[in-house]
Write a protein that binds this ligand. Structure first.
Ligand code: GH3
Ligand code: MG
Ligand code: MG
Ligand code: MG
Length: 312
């Protein structure tokens, strides 16, 4: 006798689907040729709980953008060498900063000049001297919107898990850190068994339900620091942190067992599903690519040996 699990129980378990990929305080890059002005605005933002980084030469702004990766750019309009307008134009030409909100700060009160300055694609214009609460709310609103946008773009909309490209990127970053810290990680490639048949017999909507349920199971049972991605249609990849291959296989196998007991419904028909998984480990496999390849080979063996099993 096996105890059935209702998919709904899993669905109510967690909801972090729109959790931002970048945690921590909102980050603002302040570019102003006057150090006192930059410092004053930075302090206002930091007092409101944000993290502000100052740059006094517009020519340093691009390098700072790359290093600091801010959620918003606050730029003084009048600066020697390169005006705020010119800087905004250069930044907007880079695809990775297309969505970065830019706010001008200036003593310019001529509305005609304000309008023409905004043609470079900036979001807002705030006149100096600023009202602290105006600055804070203008910055917070736009920076939070960018965080949400980035988070939506990095996730698969059906499950809320990281999408393929984000998963690969996050795993590569985690491995770079693991190299420095000499830590041990494991990767699991998980693939639902005979899923084409599930769709053929029970319909596409029931198939979607199976995918969503597995995603929620992974989310609810793995650690927050683990990286969970939807790699393809019914294929998932997980990077399990600070764990060896043996322990990882045990953990994934317990998830395999739980998943196999979930009762799915398509109309009046009840059905169950299983998955197979392949495990590889770092540093034995030292790169994202070799980890993936090795886990893939193990997954292939799991499928060949009859499915519904975890192979290392
Ligand atoms: P195996 O056990 O060897 O993995 O067999 P399989 O049938 O699971 O593998 P196959 O790759 O032949 O089929 C995968 C199927 O998954 C085909 C595709 O239509 C289906 N699929 C992919 N993405 C989705 C999705 O988002 N929703 C649904 N319902 N089906 C999907
Ligand atoms: Mg100035
Ligand atoms: Mg499959
Ligand atoms: Mg597949």
């Amino acid at each position: 006798f096996t105890k059935p699990v209702k998919p709904l129980d899993l669905m109510l378990a967690v909801d972090e689907l729109t959790a931002p990929i970048a945690e921590g305080p909102l980050k603002v890059l302040v570019v102003d040729d006057e150090p006192e002005a930059a410092a004053y605005h930075a302090v206002l933002l930091e007092e409101a709980g944000m993290l502000a980084h100052q740059v006094h030469h517009p020519t340093d702004a691009l390098a700072a953008l790359e290093r600091f990766n801010p959620d918003l750019l606050l730029v003084d309009m009048y600066m020697p060498v390169c005006s705020g307008e010119e800087l905004a134009t250069i930044i907007r030409q880079q695809p990775e900063y297309l969505g970065l909100p830019i706010i001008y700060l200036s003593s310019e009160t001529d509305s005609q000049k304000q309008v023409s300055a905004m043609a470079a694609g900036v979001e807002a214009f705030i006149t100096k001297p600023v009202q602290p609460e105006d600055l804070i709310s203008a910055v917070q609103l736009r920076a939070e919107r960018l965080r949400l946008l980035r988070s939506l773009m990095s996730r698969d909309s059906m499950t809320g898990l990281y999408n393929h490209s984000t998963t690969t990127e996050l795993i590569s970053k985690a491995l770079a850190q693991a190299h420095r810290e000499k830590s041990q990680h494991a990767m699991a490639m998980i693939d639902i068994d005979n899923f084409k048949q599930v769709n053929d017999i029970h319909g596409h909507l029931a198939g979607d339900q199976v995918i969503i349920t597995l995603a929620r199971l992974l989310k609810s049972r793995l650690r927050l620091s683990d990286i969970i991605g939807r790699y393809g249609g019914e294929e998932f990849v997980v990077l399990l942190k600070s764990i060896n291959a043996e322990k990882a296989a045990e953990l994934i196998d317990s998830l395999r067992n739980d998943f196999s007991l979930v009762d799915f419904h398509a109309g009046d028909v009840r059905f169950r599903c299983t998955f197979s998984a392949g495990i590889s480990s770092f540093p034995e496999q030292p790169s994202t690519e070799s980890l993936r390849l090795n886990a893939d080979q193990a997954l292939y063996r799991a499928k060949r040996q009859g499915r519904n099993q975890v192979v290392t």
